[in-house]
Write a protein that binds this ligand. Structure first.
Ligand code: HEC
Ligand code: HEC
Length: 310
């Protein structure tokens, strides 16, 4: 009897959960976000476009436009028509997790934008609604143009290398990039491993994307490093030129595959040759130290003893 009733309660719970009456994770249950999120009032218009504009123009604009074409990420005009609210509320706070969950559309945009990771946005459900309300208030559809502008920037790459390395100080006292970022360039030695390697960053986001990120860093760690110590426009221009140069060198090095291929073979056979030499050397040493297995000698001695007895 007891068991029967607990089965009924369990089944009722499952039914209620699948009908959306209960939150999927009771621990994170939050009335406010459930109400303003997608589950209950999903079809109603929500959010404050003025608040949304403020968020968009301080965070998202580094990588997105509304109706002016692609930047680092897609043009967000009309995104609420392309995607469901539920989808947007999953993508914006943590796209990496959402992509990993196997959502096909999320995976497709990720591939389309060179597997560039959109940084997780620590925004409440209500704030996400406000950003979406702002995007809706601008209206229109995504522009066809845009995309990563690959043309050569104006700045001086040598100066950029110095800012990157810290051999020339940033005017407002921000830290040099090399304390967190690595870079493969003849003028740069060493580099941090705390953040992504920037050798090919120009190829990923072009001059506009770099400018967006440096004028308002969207990554928490980097944002903190330059808080109150903004990077000036001429410094950004020099860094853009430096990243252009680094990306150019990297693609030229890659174009020289013939040499890389021969070098690889050289390493492979060099390694094999070394291995053979080592094996021969160990073989010789082994031979000097022990001429036969110890057990063999004991065995022979015992055989001898047996012979004497017989
Ligand atoms: C550092 C750059 C960057 C920032 C900052 C950024 N995004 Fe993104 N965003 C991307 C990229 C890149 C993509 C393309 C998908 C991918 O590569 O994961 C993307 C994709 C999206 C998508 C999916 C669009 C579609 O067509 O499916 C939405 C929605 C979005 N971002 C919203 C936002 C909002 C809202 C903000 C600000 C709160 C923001 N993003 C901040 C880079 C960024
Ligand atoms: C305190 C550490 C820190 C410093 C200093 C720093 N960054 Fe970053 N940066 C980060 C982090 C963290 C990220 C996010 C990506 C990651 O996790 O690697 C990032 C991301 C970036 C990106 C986006 C890369 C991509 O492919 O997504 C660019 C561009 C960038 N930084 C440029 C710079 C430049 C230029 C400087 C120097 C003026 C600089 N950063 C200084 C920590 C730092």
């Amino acid at each position: 009897m007891m068991r029967y009733s607990s089965v009924v309660v369990f089944a009722a719970g499952v039914l209620a959960w699948s009908a959306g009456f209960l939150p999927a994770s009771p621990r994170g249950f939050n009335l406010n976000s459930t109400l303003s999120g997608n589950s209950v009032l999903g079809s109603l218009k929500q959010g404050d476009p003025a608040e949304g504009k403020k968020i968009f123009t301080t965070v998202c604009f580094a990588c997105h436009t509304v109706g002016k074409g692609k930047l680092v990420g897609p043009d967000l005009a009309g995104v609420t028509k392309r995607r469901s609210r539920e989808w947007l509320h999953k993508f914006i706070p943590n796209s990496t997790k959402f992509i990993a969950s196997g959502d096909k559309d999320a995976k497709a945009v990720f591939e389309e934008f060179n597997k560039m990771v959109m940084p997780p946005q620590a925004l409440s459900a209500a704030k996400i609604d406000s950003v979406l309300a702002y995007i809706d208030s601008v209206g229109g559809d995504a522009a066809a143009g845009g995309g990563v502008d690959m043309s050569k920037p104006e700045g001086d790459p040598k100066l950029g290398a110095q800012y990157f390395q810290g051999t020339r100080r940033l005017r407002n006292g921000g830290p040099s990039c090399i304390s967190c970022h690595g870079m493969d360039h003849p003028e740069v030695t060493g580099g941090g491993t705390m953040a992504v390697d920037l050798t090919k960053v120009f190829g990923r986001m072009g001059a506009a994307g770099i400018k967006g990120i440096l004028s308002a860093p969207p990554f928490p760690l980097m944002k903190k490093a330059y808080d109150g110590r903004p990077i000036e426009a001429d410094e950004i221009a020099a860094l853009q030129a430096f990243f252009y140069d680094a990306n150019q060198r990297a693609s030229e090095a890659k174009a020289g595959v013939g040499m890389g291929w021969k070098y690889g073979l050289f390493l492979l056979f060099g390694g094999l040759g070394g291995l053979i030499v080592l094996l021969l050397l160990f073989g010789a040493l082994w031979k000097d130290r022990k001429s036969g297995p110890v057990n063999q000698r004991i065995f022979e001695r015992q055989l001898g003893a047996a012979d004497v007895k017989d």
